[in-house]
Ligand binder design. Structure first.
Ligand code: FEO
Ligand code: CA
Ligand code: CA
Ligand code: CA
Length: 600
């Protein structure tokens, strides 16, 4: 071959136009196939999907959940140092559900109560799936039936509480009188693979699953918006089984024998799952904070150095966080214990393009002084009466970040770390409530309906640094939307790349940046999409458009970047199977017809 100065991150395909079609659109020379739709049997007795919606709760516990979101491919030989691109464990989140599609006749109520098996099915359609998949010699991917790795983790799976919040009195429930355990993970949006080959699932809008009809609520609920009724009315199941009762977190009705007032305090964490240990119990890693975790992204692990990861809190005016472990990383012994001790920081983006990481740690004199000064004052909607201890700080991470003086952002969604430059990117999806008075340099648009992507370099390119330099990678929007750097227009969006509400974000193993959208599907944007970007030149091209009504969320590839897995969440109508009246969330497998590298 001839030498070339074409960088490995150049975008080689012809951009696809916007689309309103109820199908997936990719560039010429690429093919797609829907894979692992909701209801696909993956474990146990492999109960078949029933298109009439009559699968039971027990059956759903053995089938793919709904609303596919963050996804990662673990090569099957990873633990042996391998890099297989033809066999692995595909692990993905199921964020929430479409009750209309899930049941034969939607959600039903009898005397204002919900049939318990409907609730069981809804809880089972949430959580995480681990699927052992393999590509045959014809290039077709399928489930490895009977594999011991195939597993469903649901909103009812037993889990441990780990880190500083473990054992804290505010997590005591009837189920766990010593505050060390809970059941289930819910509203798992994005995720992050760890440097030691496990998977962290984020708990995002968990507050919607709990009901509290009390006149006043504890700050651990008000700061998140737990309501008097829940999103799916699970607390109204016609069963006294405490797997349902626990979703009522009000004082009313709580007795010493049946007390779940603290159940909501066992949610809002990053949950570690070891896909290679099918019997392992998921671990809620509380040192990473409790908030509306969108996902997590790790900096490349370095031998003998702390582990560093970043996490966004996707709510209007919420924050971006960084965790730095106390203990050093050694590949031979690394494990989830590294996430149990360390410092949680929150980001302040200064208007001059610099930034600071503010520790949320009572042992830090600066933070302790801010906490002392705030005592007895009103912080947001909370009359602040102090923190009992560091566990209380982490349980109330948002409140701690308010007190520290973090920068309120335009809904931080996914993050990604550039494998070439080490820069950290975050999508800021939109924030229609920001006023002219509330703009700052990092969130400069009032009524920000289309979002932007911010990025930063840690000082000295050291991810443990406490300061950084940031800039805005791109502003999303209509044709002609400009991103200006030093008075020069670096990006001006065209028909090839208009987009809005960036959400999913991922650097592939060659360093191309993939941007997914969850925004308005009105003109001119049309259906949600995925674009590829060159981080050096900021060239951006639309690669993929999803079917009607969906968001495009979750992307990963095999290590050779020749098979890509892209999740389609909440499609409308009869996608992907036109003969099935039910929409089914699914993973789309993308390949290049010549077997080449995707995006090149
Ligand atoms: Fe579940 Fe913030 O998207
Ligand atoms: Ca979503
Ligand atoms: Ca998202
Ligand atoms: Ca979103």
């Amino acid at each position: 071959t001839t030498s070339s100065n074409v960088s490995s991150t150049d975008i080689g395909f012809k951009a696809v136009p916007t689309s309103t079609a109820n199908e997936v659109v990719v560039p010429e020379g690429y093919s797609t196939e829907a894979f692992l739709p909701w209801g696909t049997p993956i474990t146990g007795s492999y109960p078949a999907y029933k298109p009439d919606g009559t699968n039971t709760g027990a059956e759903q516990e053995q089938q793919m959940g709904m609303h596919h979101d963050g996804v990662h491919f673990f090569p099957i030989d990873l633990k042996a140092g391998g890099n297989s691109s033809s066999e692995g464990l595909l692990v993905m989140n199921h964020e929430y559900i479409n009750q209309g599609a899930l049941h034969a006749n939607g959600a039903t109520y009898v005397n204002d109560m919900r049939p318990a098996d409907e609730v069981r099915k809804e809880i089972a359609a949430h959580g995480v799936s681990v699927v052992h998949i393999k590509r045959d010699t014809n290039g077709k991917w399928d489930i490895v039936f009977g594999s011991p790795f195939n597993r469903r983790i649901t909103g009812n799976t037993e889990m441990d509480i780990r880190g500083p919040v473990r054992g804290y009195s505010k997590l005591i429930t009837k189920y766990s009188p010593d505050a060390t355990e809970t059941r289930g993970t819910l509203n798992n949006c994005a995720m992050g693979p760890t440097p030691w080959g496990t998977y962290l699932a984020a708990e995002e809008n968990w507050h919607g699953y709990f009901a509290n009809g009390d006149a006043t609520q504890p700050r651990e609920q008000t700061r998140h918006g737990v309501g008097s009724s829940s999103r799916y009315d699970w607390e109204l199941a016609d069963s006294a089984a405490d797997q349902y009762v626990r979703f009522n977190v009000s004082t009313i009705g709580a007795t010493a024998a049946d007390d779940y007032r603290n159940e909501a305090n066992t949610y809002g964490y990053m949950v570690e799952i070891d896909p290679f240990s099918p019997e392992s119990k998921p671990q809620k890693r509380t040192a990473l904070g409790r908030f509306g975790h969108e996902g997590v992204i790790f900096a490349p692990a370095k031998e003998g150095e702390p582990v560093v990861c970043y996490s966004g809190d996707d709510s209007r005016f919420e924050y971006i966080y960084k965790f730095v472990s106390s203990k050093p990383y050694y590949a031979a012994t690394a494990g989830g214990y590294l996430l149990d001790e360390g410092t949680l920081y929150v980001a302040r983006f200064n208007d001059d393009g610099s930034g600071d990481w503010l520790p949320l740690d009572l042992d830090d004199a600066d933070f302790a002084a801010k906490v002392a000064a705030a005592e007895g004052t009103q912080v947001g909607d909370v009359q602040f009466d102090g923190f009992e201890n560091q566990a209380d700080v982490l349980l109330n991470t948002r409140l701690a970040a308010d007190i520290a003086g973090a920068t309120p952002m335009d809904r931080p969604e996914w993050g990604a770390v550039d494998p070439n430059s080490g820069q950290v990117y975050f999508t800021l999806t939109n924030n229609s409530r920001r006023t002219e008075e509330q703009v700052n340099a990092a969130n400069p648009n009032a009524n920000n309906r289309t979002g932007h992507i911010i990025r930063w370099s840690e000082e000295g390119n050291d991810h443990t640094a406490t300061s950084f330099d940031w800039d805005i990678f791109v502003f999303a929007g209509e044709q002609g939307t400009e991103t200006v750097v030093d008075d020069e227009v670096i990006v001006s969006l065209t028909d090839d790349n208009i987009f809005n509400s960036p959400d999913g974000l991922w650097f592939d193993y060659n360093g191309r940046l993939w941007i997914q959208t969850d925004g308005s599907d009105a003109a001119p944007y049309q259906n949600n999409m995925m674009l590829a970007a060159n981080p050096e030149t900021r060239e951006i091209k639309r690669f993929f458009v999803g079917p009607e009504g969906c968001e495009v969320t979750g992307v990963v590839s095999t290590p050779d970047v020749k098979t890509m897995f892209v999740n389609i969440q909440h499609p409308d109508g009869n996608w992907p199977d036109s003969s099935d009246p039910r929409p089914r969330d699914a993973t789309v497998i993308v390949t290049k017809d010549d077997g080449g590298v995707i995006g090149a």
